[in-house]
Design a protein around this ligand. Structure first.
Ligand code: CA
Ligand code: CA
Length: 306
């Protein structure tokens, strides 16, 4: 006899056992009365005893939590936890919610349980999330891909870094690997640096000439060279009829920061899979003061999807 079946029979044989187990279960496994997770049920079952819900969930590898409809004694198995989708955790006096406590598979760790984004995995698993390859949706409810996630960030380039130079329109191009809405991006320095003239020092992200006062000039644009991060309204110029905006201040970041995390966009950027994006050195982007520039910076690109 399987241990599970014997446990069920033990429940059935002892009415007092049922009551005790029921209250212990609810205390030990954090059932939450009067609440349920909306919109993530992949299977429903009528059951005799509420405890059967626990076993039904254990039988499904993708079960992350369940709602129990008290009066009708219906189990609703969910493929998310309330941590993954807190916006869907709703009051309902007719139900209670229970997170799976035993053998729960981390979100995105198997192909059968893809996450929407790396950020959703981070929300679901918290500090226990492991950086590395995870399964996510490539587009909404579409195909599933393996992506490298580092905390909530999705790596966009592969093994090869993206490099941008300082003159002659030597921007670094990369293609988005997932469609969706991006709330910000970050660049992690891998190698190289740029100079904006032969006499001032090197920088990963800008021009060390005093005129820029520590501001940075590395800009992510769309394929039409329209600044996206930072957005155009955050860019500054020196003033004057020939000048064009091409630098910005980013508090907390300087010329040799190992990573550059852009400010979160007020309006997330909608991107499609394979959409080309570009990394520009500001003076090269606006074709100003670029003749005596030199060098190249190489980076890994990460995006944070909503
Ligand atoms: Ca240029
Ligand atoms: Ca120059």
């Amino acid at each position: 006899m399987t241990p599970k079946l014997s446990l069920v029979i033990m429940f059935l044989m002892s009415p007092i056992g049922i009551l005790n187990a029921s209250s212990q279960c609810q205390a030990g496994e954090h059932s939450i009365d009067g609440m349920f997770l909306r919109g993530h049920t992949f299977m429903t079952y009528p059951v005799g005893l509420p405890e059967m819900c626990y076993f039904r969930c254990e039988e499904e590898v993708t079960c992350q939590s369940y709602n129990f409809v008290i009066a009708q004694r219906i189990c609703e198995l969910n493929n998310r936890t309330k941590e993954a989708t807190p916006e869907d955790f709703m009051p309902d006096q007719r139900r209670y919610y229970m997170k799976r406590s035993h053998n729960r598979v981390p979100l995105g760790s198997i192909k059968e349980l893809p996450a929407d984004t790396c950020g959703e995995i981070r929300a679901s698993e918290g500090e226990e999330m492991i950086d590395g390859i995870h399964w996510i949706y490539f587009e909404e409810n579409g195909e599933v891909i393996e992506a490298y996630c580092k905390e909530g960030w999705q790596k966009i380039n592969g093994e090869v870094p993206v490099c941008f130079g300082a003159k002659d329109n030597e921007y670094g191009a990369f293609n988005m690997t997932k469609s969706g809405r991006v709330k910000t991006m970050k660049l992690i320095h891998r190698s190289g640096s740029v100079h904006c003239n032969p006499t001032t020092g090197a920088s990963y992200w800008g021009c060390t000439h005093s005129r820029y006062q520590g501001d940075l000039t590395t800009i992510i644009t769309d394929v039409d060279k329209k600044p996206v991060l930072p957005p155009a309204y955050d860019l500054k110029d020196f003033g004057g009829p020939e000048e064009k905006p091409h630098f910005y201040s980013l508090p907390g970041y300087h010329h040799n920061s190992t990573e550059l995390v852009f400010r979160t966009l007020v309006n997330p950027l909608s991107v499609s899979n394979n959409q080309e994006m570009q990394i520009w050195y500001g003076p090269d982007m606006v074709d100003r003061y670029e003749e005596n520039n030199s060098g190249k910076t190489c980076v890994d690109v990460y995006a944070f999807y909503v």
